[in-house]
Design a binder for this molecule. Structure first.
Ligand SMILES: [Zn+2]
Ligand SMILES: [Zn+2]
Length: 243
């Protein structure tokens, strides 16, 4: 088994609330500088920068010999306004999933002066456009139907920052739906030592818990602190473990 140090919740500049310097290459280089082996790109309700980060990691690997595994992901806001990380083993499965999710996305346009800009980068950090669609608006898909869709495409379904008082499974639904076979939950890095653990020992004993940064700025990307024990160091092994 190998220890794979990770941060599975990172926003690029495409998320309206993230800094503009969250570019594909800067994210990859910062993650490597922090000693990470694997990251997931998880913009709000879009994959449009995920492939650029995957490609940037490949070219950094070719140039420097340093390998970073990048899982294409998305942070979906469900109809109940629960945030869920949906992670995939490769960009092909991510895009097939997105094609089925697309009709559920809001048709509203972004308001840059209120929410911030939504920048699309290529793998060389060149701006190729801005996304018009309002990414911060929730999708109209229910939590249960999102679970089914992620499983159909063999992805990992991870309710995000479950300890938070808003946009989380526990704050908005209030419980872990017993009819769904959810294996992994995310707890934010900073709350690991607070009373949340004491109050939720049952969740910790029954589920796999991952701790990620929810980084919107380069300096908040995780250090080499949390790892998955995997049979192999690749994206497929990670997704198989998490789902
Ligand atoms: Zn969130
Ligand atoms: Zn997030």
């Amino acid at each position: 088994m190998v220890s794979v140090y990770y941060d599975l919740h990172i926003h690029t500049a495409l998320s309206p609330c993230a800094n503009d310097d969250m570019t594909p290459n800067d994210i990859v280089r910062m993650a490597l500088l922090n000693g990470l082996d694997m990251i997931a790109v998880t913009d709000h309700n879009t994959f449009d920068n995920a492939e650029s980060v995957v490609k940037a990691a490949k070219s950094v690997h070719a140039q420097s010999g340093k390998e970073l595994i990048v899982l294409p992901g998305i942070e979906v806001s469900t109809a109940e306004e629960v945030h869920v990380l949906c992670l995939f083993r490769d960009i092909e499965s991510a895009l097939k999933f997105e094609a089925e999710l697309f009709p559920y996305f809001s048709g509203l346009s972004n308001r840059i002066h209120i929410f911030g800009n939504q920048i699309i980068y290529d793998e060389n950090d060149r701006v190729t456009g801005e996304l018009e669609r309002m990414l911060i608006a929730p999708a109209s898909i229910s939590f249960d139907n999102l679970y089914l869709l992620v499983n159909k495409h063999k992805g990992a379904f991870i309710p995000a920052h479950i300890e938070r008082n808003s946009f989380s499974l526990l704050s908005n639904l209030g419980f872990l739906p017993p009819h769904l076979d959810i294996n992994t939950l995310e707890v934010s890095q900073k709350s690991t030592s607070n009373s949340f653990y004491e109050k939720n020992k049952e969740i910790y004993s029954k589920n796999k818990i991952v701790f990620s940064s929810d980084a919107h700025q380069l300096w908040t990307i995780s250090e080499r602190e949390n790892f998955l024990l995997l049979p192999e160091r690749n994206s497929g092994a990670a997704i198989d473990y998490l789902r």
